[in-house]
Design a binder for this molecule. Structure first.
Ligand code: GRF
Length: 207
């Protein structure tokens, strides 16, 4: 049984997709053991509560230094005992000690086809604004392992989505979430939970 902790900061629609997958059986061999948010008001915490999943808030704002936050944040994750940490719209930098301790056991959903529109400053709506400004015809989402860089870890799954005439950033974001994010993040969790993913260097191999 894969013990999963999901880290969130906002609405939690990706968390909901994973919850639904576990409850409906499209994700097997998996238990969501906890949800951690840096935002007390994140609706993602409400989603967790509605599904009887323990949720806590821990934020850098609660501590005098980032080092102290990093220490307590890692403790809060460790106590859950995760086999996999899922970043689902989590907007806080993951402490290097956590990346080291959970090497190739932290995954992130990014709303673009990496290596396009990713890295520092590319998150949420900004990604879709940049894609529309560039005039690309195809966008999408990526699930990747988290390493010390920003959106630079080994890629697990990607799914393409068409840009439509007249798309606003909000409309494009919604389509990428509906058609890509909410599909590939649950699929990635299920693949990992069933031992179908191995990392070889900076590449992922599917068994
Ligand atoms: C999603 O667009 C995701 O790709 C990005 O942040 C957003 C989170 O949305 N990382 P939600 O909180 O899962 O609804």
């Amino acid at each position: 049984m894969l013990n999963v902790v999901v880290l969130v900061s906002g609405g939690g629609t990706n968390l909901q997709a994973v919850i639904d997958g576990v409850e409906k059986g499209s994700i097997t061999n998996t238990r969501i053991a906890g949800v951690i948010s840096n935002n007390q008001n994140a609706y993602a915490l409400t989603r967790a509560q509605k599904h009887n999943i323990p949720g806590i808030c821990i934020s850098p704002k609660m501590f005098e230094t980032r080092e102290k936050f990093n220490e307590k944040f890692l403790e809060a994750v460790d106590v859950i005992g995760p086999d996999l940490i899922v970043l689902a719209g989590f907007l806080v930098v993951i402490p290097p000690a956590m990346i080291e301790k959970y090497r190739n056991r932290i995954i992130n959903i990014h709303p673009s086809l990496i290596p396009s529109f990713c890295g520092t400053g590319y998150y949420g709506l900004k990604v879709h604004e940049a894609a529309l400004a560039r005039g690309v015809r195809i966008v999408g989402a990526t699930v990747h392992f988290v390493d010390e860089g920003t959106d630079t870890g080994p890629i697990i799954l990607q799914k393409a989505v068409e840009v439509q005439q007249g798309d606003t950033p909000e409309a494009l974001q919604r389509r990428v979430m509906e058609q890509a994010e909410w599909k590939i993040l649950p699929e990635a969790v299920d693949l990992i939970a069933n031992g179908r993913i191995i990392v070889e260097g900076n590449r992922v191999k599917r068994l």
